[in-house]
Design a protein around this ligand. Structure first.
Ligand code: SAM
Length: 272
């Protein structure tokens, strides 16, 4: 369980601001991890007030991350992943899932929050085939030129591009669609896009979105149609862009799905 998550070093690099919540730390707080501070737990409490089972939603997101990576590594044979907006280390991180199915799978974790590197180094750089870098995913060209990316990712071979629980943190004027396209254009046919995203599916979504924006100040929720648009030009694998518990579940979820189970959607698609 979560008790086993290493807390990493407790020395704070000077650029980690303890007075403002961060997305990575607030998400860790929602998951029940311990790499977060009071200001982040306050956000988690606010989100919990609006959406009492927000923690289940966060874990549904981690669960689809695991199923998706397993699908790509074990069934499709993807051997290299760029996990963009990877977050703090938790359980079943991308390389752990991928390397279970393919021990030589290579993973680069990218997050712009320096706390991810500070706490993630020990766990996420567990072996020569994984690296964690602090960088802004909104600059695909710069990301793809990073030494860690060049060392571990061979752009002549299919890549798994992951933007899990990430793009709703970007505003439209940050051009999330163009960012996705840049990554996919840089990767060869047979590469995959894997993303999950908050969806404006229910009236409850609006209230949760307001709380998100109030505290985290970034991005927006999008409609199913807008989210499907990210996959334009790619071939969605079954069952398409669906609520998280409906994407190739290990066990069929109980119906009807709860409100929180209908707050995020996810999908995986192949570049033809
Ligand atoms: N992908 C993980 C998952 O789904 O469990 C973590 C998702 S977490 C909600 C979103 C992460 O994206 C945070 O760790 C945040 O720091 C990171 N992030 C937000 N904007 C970013 C950017 N412009 N560049 C890189 N990372 C970013």
């Amino acid at each position: 369980g979560l008790g086993k998550i290493p807390s990493g070093g407790r020395e704070f690099p000077p650029h980690i601001n303890l007075n403002e919540p961060s997305i990575a730390r607030a998400y860790d707080a929602v998951l029940g991890g311990k790499d977060n501070y009071e200001v982040d737990r306050e956000v988690a409490r606010e989100l919990h007030r609006v959406m009492p089972d927000i923690r289940n939603l966060a874990w549904d997101n981690r669960a689809i991350l695991g199923r998706g990576v397993r699908h790509l590594a074990a069934e499709v044979g993807i051997r290299q992943f760029i996990d963009l907006g990877s977050g703090l280390p938790t359980v079943e991180n991308t390389h752990q899932v991928a390397q279970r199915h393919n021990p030589s799978a290579r993973v680069v974790y990218v997050d712009n929050d320096p706390i991810v590197l500070a706490h993630g180094r020990a766990l996420l750089e567990e072996n020569d085939n994984t690296a964690v870098v602090t960088a802004d995913l909104r600059e695909p060209d710069a990301i793809l030129r990073l030494p860690e990316v060049r060392r571990l990712i061979d752009l002549s071979e299919p890549v798994g591009i992951m933007l899990v629980g990430m793009l709703h943190h970007l505003h439209d004027d940050e051009n999330p669609k163009g960012i996705v396209e840049s990554y996919m254009n840089a990767c060869p046919p047979g590469s995959y896009l894997f993303l999950t995203h908050f969806c404006r599916s229910s009236p409850d979504a609006a209230q949760l979105e307001d709380t998100f924006l109030e505290f985290l100040k970034t991005g927006r929720f999008r409609t199913q149609e807008e989210i499907e648009h990210y996959f334009e030009g790619l071939d969605l694998v079954d069952p398409g862009v669906v609520y998280l518990p409906e994407w190739r579940p290990d066990e069929e979820p109980e119906r009807p799905l709860t409100v929180s189970q209908r707050l995020m959607v996810g999908g995986i698609a192949r570049k033809p």
